[in-house]
Each structure stands twice: as structure tokens, then as C-alpha cells.
Design a protein around this ligand. Structure first.
Ligand code: CU1
Length: 151
């Protein structure tokens, strides 16, 4: 009887462990009516073939006044991407069309809206520096954080 109970505990633990690992590949990120993300740092286990960012705007201002996107690129590419995003302007979604330097990007959202992006981690190197940032109206000057594959 004791052995059965122990086995049940082992199986239950195994199921919960797998769920935790799977959830690590999905990250919840929020932004509001200020120029900041809810986290300054995102780390994804290197074992994740794909990563998903669920991005939520918890503010009240519409996208035209305080829109945000979540863009991922090498840190060295942040400023050039922002410069081209400024040229693209609102009509171009504050990103150069089909910019190969952009690893992942969400749509621009306003208060109360949510969006999501899933991307393959195969092209990311554990040794390279990556940043996530918002390109809307040069928000990336202060609205940015670091992104890394760990393990
Ligand atoms: Cu923004």
C-alpha cells in the first residue's frame, strides 16, 4: 500500500515538472500608459524550440496615443531598427517592412488590448546579447529590456 502511494506521488511530481518546463517557453509581458515593460529581463530555457510572448497593454490610452509593440533583436541592432522604424512611422507600424534584423515582433496594441507572438529559438545563440523593446514613437529609448536563452 505504501509503495502505491509513493508511486502516485512520483507520477504526480513528474506531471507537474513537465508542465512547469512547458510553461517556461511562454512569457507574460505587460505594458501600460507609461514607457516601461513589466519586466526588465526575459530568459527562455535553451530547451524551448519555440518561445511565445503574450503581450498585454494594461493601460487606458488608445494605440494612437500610447501604443506599444514588443520587438526582439540583437542588442546591437536596436538603434538601427528604431531609426528605420521612425522613418516607417505610424503608417508602417514603426518598423521597416520585412526587416531581417527583427527576430520577432508583435502588432502595436493600445489600452485593454492583448497580442501574442511565437518564434523559433533555433537562430538565437546563447552567447549573443539580445534586447526586447518598443519601437512606437522612439519608446525604445527607455522602453527596453534584455532577452537571453539560458541553460
Ligand atoms: Cu511603446
Amino acid at each position: 500500500m505504501k509503495t502505491i502511494t509513493r508511486l502516485a506521488i512520483v507520477f504526480t511530481t513528474a506531471i507537474f515538472s513537465q508542465a512547469a518546463i512547458a510553461n517556461d517557453c511562454t512569457v507574460e509581458v505587460e505594458a501600460g500608459d507609461a514607457l516601461s515593460f513589466s519586466t526588465p529581463k526575459i530568459e527562455i530555457p535553451a530547451s524551448c524550440a519555440n518561445a511565445t510572448i503574450n503581450f498585454k497593454h494594461t493601460g487606458r490610452l488608445p494605440a494612437a496615443a500610447m501604443g506599444h509593440n514588443w520587438v526582439l533583436a540583437k542588442t546591437a541592432d536596436l538603434q538601427p531598427i528604431q531609426n528605420d522604424g521612425n522613418v516607417a512611422g505610424a503608417a508602417g507600424g514603426y518598423l521597416k517592412a520585412d526587416d531581417p534584423r527583427v527576430i520577432a515582433a508583435t502588432a502595436i496594441i493600445g489600452g485593454g488590448e492583448s497580442t501574442s507572438v511565437t518564434f523559433a529559438t533555433a537562430g538565437l545563440n546563447a552567447g549573443d546579447a539580445y534586447s526586447f523593446f518598443c519601437t512606437v514613437m522612439s519608446h525604445s529609448v527607455v522602453m527596453k529590456g534584455t532577452f537571453a536563452l539560458k541553460g
